[in-house]
Write a protein that binds this ligand. Structure first.
Ligand code: LCS
Length: 394
């Protein structure tokens, strides 16, 4: 493997964890589409199962999937990564590895809907208690800590409020209380933020979003900071079985190579659109970490390398007027998800976050009028003209 640890970000994205295929010299990692691997003899099989290097069975490791895991582990500055069938499989890998009867988790209140719902509706059946707080103020995290708190689970920027959480401050609080810090880094991607360098112990992604970037794969990954955490996650992951298929891994590997190019472009579009919307007379409010109007602009500057490519806004006239926007845009597509090359628009209160009880949703800042715009890589003028046209319809 090439030593690219100290190289520039674009070089690292393209080369991290990659090497020409040892069997053929293929530069693009081949898709090892096999469920199992032949052993040379009985002793070789036994050695592989004892933990010596060698592939055994695709759920327990596959060269294509590992090429992706090595890439993301390197980009996130972790010791190892585990690719998962979906972002939710990644979230559950972490919950299952560290939560159980009599344990407690403190989490950001504005999490992606199902990451929160599954704690409230399923893990509670197994004796896991959860407290959701506005983690944008670390004091709220400190106040929620209990002697049985095992995880502090943070999403920053949060979906869809774009609130930021101070990772260093929260990591200090969590570690003092004996808990591990997990960060869902989906919105920033490793291109813009590296939580493991800011005190986190585990970072995870829905790779369905920016890492893959082409709206054609559902996938997730978990990266561990140290080998002990990695070993615990690995054991749970391999036995619960939410692992990644080699073909899926290959698609994501192809997507990640352009992460920096796509992110630069989408972020530039998002910044310009945010500034445009902020000045528009029909727009009530805009939330985007790259704008000075964001209440945590200074924190974003410190902890991220850019504001990302998702923004939320409300129009004057509330939900009904917002629906006029959502229903009439032509370049932006009305669809959930984000992080692809195409711009998507959605209404979290009735779509991605509909399962969160109304009072909790409102308390987390996910208002009825919130429209989420996941900005893509189109020509900026077309995106602005599209919004300008529909805003005139209100
Ligand atoms: N974490 C975050 C921050 C997410 O936004 C999502 C999906 C997940 C985890 C789960 O990942 P998945 O299993 O879907 O790969 N977010 C979605 C969204 O905002 N719209 O549609 C899906």
């Amino acid at each position: 493997m090439k030593d690219i640890g100290k190289k520039g970000m674009m070089t690292r994205i393209i080369h991290a964890g990659q090497h020409a295929d040892p069997a053929t010299g293929a530069v693009s990692t081949p898709i090892y589409q096999t469920s199992t691997f032949a052993f040379r003899d009985a002793d070789h099989g036994a050695a592989c199962f004892r933990g010596e290097p060698g592939y055994k069975y695709t759920r327990l490791g596959n060269p294509t999937t590992e090429a992706l895991e090595h890439n993301i582990a390197e980009l996130e500055h972790g010791c190892g990564a585990l690719a998962a069938a979906s972002g939710m499989a990644a979230v559950n890998m972490v919950y299952l590895a560290f939560l159980g009867q009599g344990t407690h988790i403190v989490a950001t209140d504005a999490l992606y809907g199902p990451s929160r719902m599954i704690l409230e509706s399923e893990y509670v059946r197994f004796g896991v208690a959860s407290t959701f707080v506005d983690s944008s103020d670390p004091k709220n995290v400190a106040a929620a800590m209990r002697p049985d708190t095992k995880l502090v689970y943070l999403e920053t920027p949060a979906n869809p409020t774009l609130k930021l959480t101070d990772l260093e401050a929260c990591a200090e609080i969590a570690h003092k209380g004996g808990a591990l810090v997990v960060v869902d880094n989906t919105f920033a991607s490793p291109y813009l933020q590296n939580p493991l360098l800011q005190g986190a112990d585990i970072v995870l992604h829905s790779m369905t979003k920016f890492i893959n970037g082409h709206t054609d794969v559902v996938a997730g990954i978990v990266v561990a900071k140290d080998p002990e955490i990695y070993a615990r996650l690995r054991k749970v992951h391999f036995n619960f079985g939410g692992t990644m298929d080699p073909h899926q891994a290959w698609l994501v590997l192809r997507g990640v190579k352009t992460l920096g190019l796509r992110m630069d472009r989408a972020q530039d579009n998002a910044m310009k659109l945010g500034a445009y919307l902020e000045k528009h007379p029909k727009v009530a409010w805009v939330r985007y970490p790259g704008l000075e109007s964001h209440p945590q602009y200074a924190l974003g500057k410190r902890q991220m390398r850019g504001g990302g490519a998702v923004l939320s806004f409300g129009v004057k006239g509330g939900l009904e007027a917002g629906k006029t926007v959502i229903n009439n845009v032509e370049i932006a597509t009305l669809a959930v998800s984000l992080g692809g090359v195409e711009t998507l628009i959605e209404h979290p209160a009735s779509m991605t976050h509909t399962g969160v009880p109304i009072a909790d949703r409102l308390a987390a800042g996910i208002s009825d009028d919130l429209v989420r715009l996941a900005v893509g890589c189109e020509s900026y003028e077309d995106l602005e003209a599209d919004l300008a046209r529909v805003l005139e319809m209100i």
